[in-house]
Design a protein around this ligand. Structure first.
Ligand SMILES: C[S@@+](CC[C@H](N)C(=O)[O-])C[C@H]1O[C@@H](n2cnc3c(N)ncnc32)[C@H](O)[C@@H]1O
Length: 511
């Protein structure tokens, strides 16, 4: 049951943040704060042409309006939208195929006809209209939304609402600043079904950004969004979520927020040049052995924390460009990825966000290897490396994304899988004894339990929801295996005791 939103938090307003959400009472970690349906759902900007019914791949046109793309399985789309296109008698039947970017803005406009309260709620959302005026994004929207729509008579008026270029620009701004990603569902075979979509959730979007979030957002197969607390939140504290990516460096996060959300973040992570000790942005010092150089924006200088040496700006630009080029163009096989990781760990640092990006790709490659081979044929070195990468990622995520976290949940799952596989193999070849195997299996069980505890919030139709189901089955199997190993360990112990007694007796007999 969804908690009462007003009981848990309230909306406040300040000059600096605009509207924001504050906890009304203490909120426990993992508590449901809010369940919300979107007021508008539509394709992402520049999405492939997709079905207006389910946003899956389109293959035909709606038989009623004769304009809207549909897939093989959907026979209809939203009736207000369908009847609008049906009545748009002058609109070319290929118009929507040629101008698919207008779909979501038009759905926003059609709220004026279908639900005036929702239309007003949408129009009250932040658009950063003035900051966007005459910028690159303004011109792009002009070309792909405003002009195609306003060139058609059918789009110029919706009931008594006159559609202007400024109104359309405002709606495009609202979509860019406020929408949440709705990821395609998986079918029962685990195949990704629909294209990415975006949705407007008026209450959830009031949350302020922080690079360390205190909430978790999960969207289900019907686009319902559920907002949970990811850590304990005290009464009076703000509710945050991360508008950008956890593993981006400060420079990448700040650029994303400044260009797309029109503010400069001053959170604890952004204000700390070491990024809370994780060093995701730091560079290796060229003057001393172990020093790391961090950026001080106020001077602005790259300075070593150990010896005070300053890195020249040209050097920083050069190594960053080189790393960015190498990592983005690197072939996705483990040998090449290892080479790139090795090379750039020496100039950036092993935890730099660009190196971590390559490490994530490598972990993905190793996971694919473990899944496509019989596990006995996967080289032990690959399992060891996967385990090492998971441990490193977990160490960073625990700091940057504390509490219940989707990324930590996935990393814990992968960590457990690598630990079980490697420990079994090591035991099979006699490298570790049964008590050590048991100890490692118990460690894997704890990691898997923790992973499930984090992923249990994900809906079953999402990739993480499917992973949770798999993880639950594996937990059962792992516990059965642990029982067997426990029995084996007891047998071995009894055996050793019996043999020990025999040896003593044999010794006594000899005397
Ligand atoms: C999704 S909206 C949040 C709701 C918005 N405050 C409102 O009044 O409708 C995102 C906008 O809120 C503001 N904002 C969010 N987090 C902020 C932060 N940490 N610092 C400054 N402004 C922030 C920015 O203007 C940003 O573009």
């Amino acid at each position: 049951m969804a908690n009462n939103f007003e009981d848990i938090c309230e909306i406040r307003k300040s000059d600096q943040l605009g509207r924001f959400l504050v906890a009304n009472r203490d909120i426990k970690p993992g508590e449901l704060i809010l369940a919300e349906d979107p007021i508008v759902v539509g394709p992402y900007w520049d999405a492939d042409i997709s079905c207006l019914g389910c946003l899956g791949p389109a293959s035909r046109t709606c038989r009623v309006c004769l304009k809207g793309p549909l897939c093989r399985d959907c026979s209809r789309h939203d009736p207000v939208e369908c009847s609008f296109y049906e009545q748009a008698s002058k609109l070319n039947k290929n118009f929507l195929f040629d101008h698919f970017n207008i779909i979501t803005p038009l759905r926003c406009l059609l709220l004026y006809r279908s639900d005036r309260d929702k239309y007003n709620e949408m129009m009250a959302m932040e658009s950063h209209f003035e900051s966007r005026r005459d910028t690159e994004i303004w011109h792009i929207h002009n070309q792909y939304v405003v002009e195609p729509m306003l060139n058609e008579k059918d789009f110029q008026q919706i009931d008594d609402l006159t559609v202007t270029g400024e109104l359309l620009q405002r709606i495009c701004g609202i979509l860019d600043v406020n929408t949440f990603e709705i990821r395609g569902n998986m079918d029962s075979q685990g195949v990704q079904m629909n294209n990415l979509a975006r949705g407007l959730y008026p209450k959830t979007s009031l949350m302020t950004h922080n690079c360390q979030t205190n909430t978790l957002i999960a969207v289900d197969g019907m686009s319902k969004l559920r907002l949970y607390s990811s850590i304990g939140i005290k009464a009076g504290e703000l509710l945050y979520y991360n508008y950008t990516r956890v593993l981006f460096s400060t420079f990448e996060r700040q650029t994303h927020l400044r260009k797309g959300k029109y503010f400069i973040c001053n959170c604890a992570r952004c204000s700390d040049p070491t990024e809370l000790g994780t060093h995701l942005s730091s560079l290796k010092c060229t003057a001393c052995d172990d020093g790391l150089c961090v950026f001080h924006p106020e001077t602005p200088k790259w300075e070593c924390l150990t010896c005070g040496h300053q890195l020249p700006r040209e050097y920083v630009n050069q190594i960053m460009c080189e790393a960015r080029d190498d990592i983005s163009s690197c072939a996705l096989d483990s040998r090449n990825l290892e080479k790139v990781i090795g090379k750039h760990s020496k100039t950036l640092n092993p935890h730099h966000s660009l190196v971590l990006e390559a490490k994530q790709s490598l972990a993905g490659e190793l996971r694919n290897m473990c899944m496509s081979y019989d596990i006995h044929n996967v080289p032990r070195q690959a399992l060891k490396r996967k385990l090492e990468l998971c441990e490193e990622m977990l160490q960073i995520l625990r700091v940057l994304d504390p509490g219940v976290s989707r990324l930590t949940g996935i990393a814990l799952y992968e960590y457990h899988a690598a630990l079980v596989d490697l420990s079994r193999r090591n035991h099979d070849i006699g490298e570790i004894k049964t008590p050590e195997l048991l100890e490692r299996l118990k460690l894997s069980e704890a990691a898997l339990k923790e992973a499930i505890g984090m992923l249990v919030f994900e809906h079953r139709t999402t990739p993480e929801g499917q992973l949770t189901k798999k993880a639950m089955c594996e937990l059962k199997e792992l516990r059965e295996y642990i029982q067997k190993v426990q029995a084996m360990e007891e047998d071995e112990r009894t055996d050793r005791q019996v043999r020990g007694k025999c040896n003593i007796n044999a010794g006594k007999c000899k005397k």
